[in-house]
Design a protein around this ligand. Structure first.
Ligand SMILES: [Zn+2]
Ligand SMILES: [Zn+2]
Length: 322
């Protein structure tokens, strides 16, 4: 199993002299398996997918492409490279798209949400005019598994500001997990700065405990899906305030924005016993130099806790062979 990073920036593309090393393109990862009969898997279609498209066409040498696109969710930074993905314009290419059924916009299907960015108000070509063969599939958690030949794709809800899916791809005894955007479940009742669980009314206490239970269950579920994975690619946009100087984007100032703090990602990776963790969805304001420092901090964090997980920062064009 080969996993290649084509975009690892969070929220918005940030090309420029301070983002050359880690890259400025938004989320896109490609998973390819040793058997050429199996489809190529693409996790999210942020702006990184544009260049990935040229690479895939080069590899195919004129043969039609068989692609499975797995979308974590439809926030811009995870879909807006799609109209610039050249394989969608070429007859004979087959694309199977999978994305979460969204309760936030239950009146719209995954296809309708995807098609919106290719309506004439936003883009010159409409989704219905694309020459490749594209199918759209809404995923609901209760199904939670897809099979493509010998490849098993499991999916699970992570915690984000909308329904967001994480994916686990398994083949030939190897496995990789991608979380999409993820903030470990947080009990919103704690957000009040004067919060004291002792001062809650009986009714509030009951509600607080109920939320804690759900939080706990969801965290356990995410850890279960990550358990023993050879590679975990995980949203780690923010850093803990107490350990970083001014100029870094801290989790404490971004509670409920839907992204993880790097220490939560590292704890999850250690608890779930994963082999390699790749920290990603880099904060757009963080420079290469700052991300270098977050990597050094992360390695020390794991060493101090006696962990054995191999820690990496996602770098555009980096490839992992599992
Ligand atoms: Zn995102
Ligand atoms: Zn998002």
């Amino acid at each position: 199993m080969k996993v290649k990073i084509w975009g690892c920036r969070g929220s918005i593309p940030v090309p420029g002299p301070t983002t050359v090393k880690y890259g400025g393109n938004t989320s896109c990862y490609i998973v390819q398996l040793d058997d050429p009969q199996l489809p190529t898997f693409i996790l999210d279609s942020g702006t990184g997918i544009r260049e990935a498209g040229f690479s895939l066409l080069g590899q195919a040498k004129g043969k039609p492409l068989d692609l499975v696109l797995l979308f974590s969710h439809t926030h811009w930074d995870h879909i807006n490279g799609f109209p610039f993905f050249v394989p969608i314009y070429i007859p004979g290419n087959k694309l199977q798209l999978y994305g979460p059924f969204s309760f936030a916009s239950a009146e719209k299907s995954f296809k309708e949400i995807m098609d919106l960015q290719m309506s004439h108000d936003y883009f010159p070509v409409r989704a219905d005019d694309l020459a490749s063969t594209i199918t759209y599939n809404d995923l609901k958690e209760k199904d939670n598994k897809l099979n493509f030949g010998e490849v098993v794709v499991k999916f699970f809800y992570v915690n984000h500001t909308v329904q967001c899916l994480g994916y686990r791809i398994e083949h030939g005894g190897k496995s990789m997990v991608y979380t999409g955007d993820h903030e470990p479940y947080f009990n919103y009742m704690r957000l009040d700065p004067g919060f004291d669980p002792e001062k809650l009314s009986d009714e509030e206490k009951e509600q607080f405990e109920e939320i804690n239970f759900i939080v706990d269950q969801r965290n356990k579920q995410v850890a279960e899906f990550c358990r023993g994975a050879d590679l975990l690619i995980i949203d780690s946009q923010y850093v803990p305030q107490k350990d970083f100087p001014n100029g870094y984007q801290t989790y404490e100032t971004k509670l409920n924005w839907g992204h993880s703090c790097v220490t939560d990602s590292l704890d999850l990776a250690m608890n779930a016993n994963v082999g390699k963790v790749v920290l990603t969805h880099h904060e757009p304001l963080h420079t290469d130099e700052q991300i270098d420092y977050v990597l050094e901090y992360s390695k020390n964090y794991v060493a101090d806790k006696g962990g054995s997980v191999d820690v990496h920062m996602a770098v555009e064009k980096q490839e992992f062979e599992l």
